[in-house]
Design a protein. Sequence first.
Length: 370
Amino acid sequence: MLCIFIQCQPKETKKETPKTSKTSETITVSNKISTLSLAEANRLAALPLHCMQEEYPNKLNQTIGSEEDLQSPKVLHPAFYGCFDWHSSVHGHWSLVSLLKQFPNLENSAEIREKLAENISKENIEIEILYFKGKYNKSFERTYGWAWLLKLAEELHTWNDPLARELETNLQPLTDIIVQGYIDFLPKLNYPIRVGEHTNTAFGLTFAYDYAKTVDHAALKRLIEQRAKDFYMKDENCPISWEPSGFDFLSPCLEEADIMRRVLGKEEFKTWLSAFLPQLADKDFQLAQGKVSDRTDGKLVHLDGVNFSRAWCLYGIANEFPEYAHLKNIANQHINYSLPSIVDDNYEGTHWLGSFAIYALNTAANVQMD
């Protein structure tokens, strides 16, 4: 059993988590910002390291075209077969790359490097490509898994390490297929998908935009800028009080703000945000954390994810716009509610939540506290 300890400020608000079959503890929620220390990096790294080569249980999300498609996960996806499903495997690999880049002296770093090289081999990626080229697989992992694949590619691109150059080269042909998938798909998408789960369009655009900007892929960058404005420019009064839905791990309102913050100029974004989420400007604005009643339930534990993803969206706004600095505390509260509970023995959450926590903590590291 792994635990994470978070130092808190003297003034705290205690939130009682509902009792489940696994937990009845009191979660202490603090306004103090969480940091990704080496100790916490080691704890979080243990999650994907444990499951990146764990084939079962597995959810393939597969369309069966013939008996030839009835293969084991490792045969179908030799690079990304672990951690329950393809997208969780991909962002588990991203987690390890991100942590190694920040903490070269990470525990088990030799084992992590070995497994990354073993999984993201040239031969394995060639088989992954064959799957994506299959007759029934054009929409496979669109756009959630696509977004995380590009986030992994971006992380490798910005990591100054010989292993990163090897893995980036091996991954590049699959990266190119995903980029082309966006270029082919986005012009045909007439309406954005505004849900709190995998198919959320704003989230899919955000990570793809980060990749395009980092590697200077001008065509993808321009397309995302145009499509985001097409989809969201006229939106007003997003009903954030309706959130979260029961299984959300993304905030439809805040994910939309996250992509628009990227594609609009600062003044244009402030004008847009004041119409889209006017309540965020109120320094007394509050947003309750998503409450998890049962972390052994694979869908209900999604709400830990919504806490982390809300946090990274709020940090992004607060970091760029001083008048929204008060949103930092709400982000901190969301991270601090869920962070102590995700490194447990419930595979329903541990196979994916570490990535969300790491991304939120990475974003928090860019925020200067007042």
